[in-house]
Design a binder for this molecule. Structure first.
Ligand code: PGA
Length: 221
């Protein structure tokens, strides 16, 4: 794990990795996260005015809600990254049904080059909540009470948070060639430690990352 000085450094360090990936291999396929952690990363990437014209992206998850809703992850990505770069909207994918054709798209030609992840306070990655099978693939899931509570800060009230989502599976994520986990804040340190150094168990979905041979973890207080 690399400990960075502050959030700005966390964002620019991961931006360096994304920049190197899409510059050295313009046809790269990326998996991208939402949430509060990657906001600085997207801001930094936008400011670098990179060429995204050959890049293909897949988002980790989406609420089961109208995708035009201002709090959908489609809206989040458009607002924070896609509408501010030259990426082609047709190259930006979100999990959809039938889930098998979503996964097929990821594997056309070759698989995912780089996956950027965050971790939830209950150890989830994407919306793979505790108890998710390690061999899971893209599917519809019920959100845990903890996640609904955590994400209520983006909505007008906790009742407005969707109760279900569609998420990439843990197996899908693990098939990425490289994974970068971004963690911002002391409140995530305990779960991060459990995930990275504790037992590898479906109770802590992020613990599966211990089995990947190319994971980098970046943390700041
Ligand atoms: P956060 O969410 O970046 O808003 O803390 C991370 C996650 O739930 O994966």
């Amino acid at each position: 794990m690399k400990v960075l000085k502050n959030y700005k450094e966390l964002s620019s360090t991961v931006a360096d990795i994304v920049e190197a990936q899409i510059t050295e291999r313009p046809l790269s396929k990326l998996i991208l996260p939402t949430g509060s952690t990657p906001l600085g990363l997207y801001e930094e990437l936008v400011s670098r005015e990179l060429d995204w014209s050959h890049t293909i992206t897949f988002n980790l998850d989406e609420y089961l809600m109208n995708i035009d809703h201002p709090y959908s992850y489609h809206s989040y990505m458009k607002k924070n990254l896609f509408d501010r770069t030259n990426i082609y909207p047709d190259n930006c994918h979100f999990p959809f049904r039938p889930t098998l054709s979503f996964e097929d798209k990821m594997y056309v030609n070759r698989g995912i080059d780089l996956c950027i992840l965050g971790i939830g306070s209950n150890g989830h990655i994407a919306f793979n909540e505790p108890g998710s099978a390690f061999d899971s693939r893209t599917r519809v899931v019920d959100l845990s009470l903890q996640t609904i509570q955590d994400n209520s800060r983006y909505f007008d009230s906790v009742e407005d948070v969707p109760k279900q989502a569609i998420t990439m599976g843990l197996r899908t994520i693990m098939e990425s060639k490289k994974i970068v986990l971004m963690v911002n804040g002391k409140h995530k340190l305990t779960i991060l430690n459990v995930a990275m150094n504790g037992e590898i168990t479906e109770t802590v979905p992020a613990s599966i990352l211990q089995r990947h041979n190319n994971v980098e973890v970046y943390y700041c207080d």
